[in-house]
Design a binder for this molecule. Structure first.
Ligand code: SAM
Length: 286
């Protein structure tokens, strides 16, 4: 299982190069893509296609080769095989047969993003790509609402805004999110904010939807408890009808026990407190 770079070719390890040049066969998700990588590093090798839809067809052949004593490296287009990429059934079948499977570690976008996002990293849950349809995505996210560790998702630029909106509606607007885009590449960007603030940012700036993305979501904490969050939002909305946001936040924090900075972020995202300012301005005129 040989990991390859997720963007920056400088991340290719010496060991990965050595293994790829020594094995009898390289099983690759996309042989043309891997051929480009091998050519770049001056490695010539025999390639065979291995992806999800031929996993059952190719696996028996690869297993037979291994049983005959040949060595095979499995690579995906980028990053670590099996992480939202093909290979699981091959590894499981190889292990069942008592064959040797060794990891040749390197980058994976999920871990790469987590290491630089600034969200808790002591406990996390990688969940891969969300379902594509809205209803399935929302129930999938709902099942993750109770997770206390940081959630790590992969998403495409095409669906990211919808997924951020669903994240806000399902998990609430008090959690911090980080969008890690184009990791290790020229346009590497980290954006931080609540789900709706990030959705708006990406809607306004199409460039931020380009390339590859990892979404990290702060796990459920005391102040992100969903029933508590709903109550805090309800109280804040009522207070902000007649009070400026800072005052509404201070009172809502005392009433609900929710942290002030979380309430303030929520108030800004929901554009609360503006009516109160208009009302007091009208009052001043009168
Ligand atoms: N096996 C890979 C790994 O270890 O990261 C992941 C493969 S998965 C099919 C591809 C997804 O990983 C992309 O859609 C994106 O969500 C994420 N990804 C891959 N490279 C990335 C990068 N350079 N920056 C941000 N996300 C990336």
């Amino acid at each position: 299982m040989v990991a390859t770079p997720i963007g920056n070719l400088g991340d290719m390890t010496d060991r990965a190069r050595k293994v790829l040049s020594e094995v009898d066969l390289i099983a690759a998700e996309d042989t043309r893509q891997t051929l480009r990588l091998l050519t770049h590093f001056g490695i010539s090798a025999k390639l065979v296609a291995y992806h999800d839809y031929n996993e059952t067809g190719t696996a028996p052949r690869l297993l037979a080769e291994l049983e005959e004593g040949r060595t095979i490296a499995l690579v995906s287009d980028a990053g670590t095989p099996l992480i939202s990429d093909p290979g699981f059934s091959l590894v499981a079948a190889a292990r069942e047969r008592g064959l040797t499977v060794v990891p040749v570690p390197g980058p994976s976008a999920a871990i790469c993003a987590l290491s630089a996002a600034g969200l808790p990293s002591d406990r996390f849950l990688f969940v891969g790509f969300p379902p594509r349809t809205r209803s399935q995505r929302r129930s999938w996210l709902g099942e993750l609402a109770g997770e206390r560790g940081t959630l790590i998702l992969y998403e495409s630029g095409k669906r990211i805004v919808g997924t951020l909106r669903d994240l806000g509606e399902t998990l609430g607007e008090t959690r911090r999110l980080v969008l890690a885009r184009e990791l290790t590449k020229h346009f590497e960007t980290f954006l931080t904010g609540t789900a709706s603030a990030l959705a708006q940012r990406l809607e306004d700036d199409a460039e931020q939807r380009l390339g590859e993305l990892v979404v990290l979501v702060e796990g459920r904490g005391e102040e992100t408890d969903d029933s508590g969050r709903a109550e805090a939002e309800r109280v804040l909305r009522i207070l902000a009808e007649t009070l400026p946001l800072a005052r509404a936040v201070a009172i809502a924090a005392r009433l609900t026990g929710t942290k002030k900075n979380a309430l303030y972020r929520l108030g800004l995202d929901l554009a609360l407190g503006q009516g109160a300012e208009d009302a007091s301005a009208e009052g001043d005129d009168g």
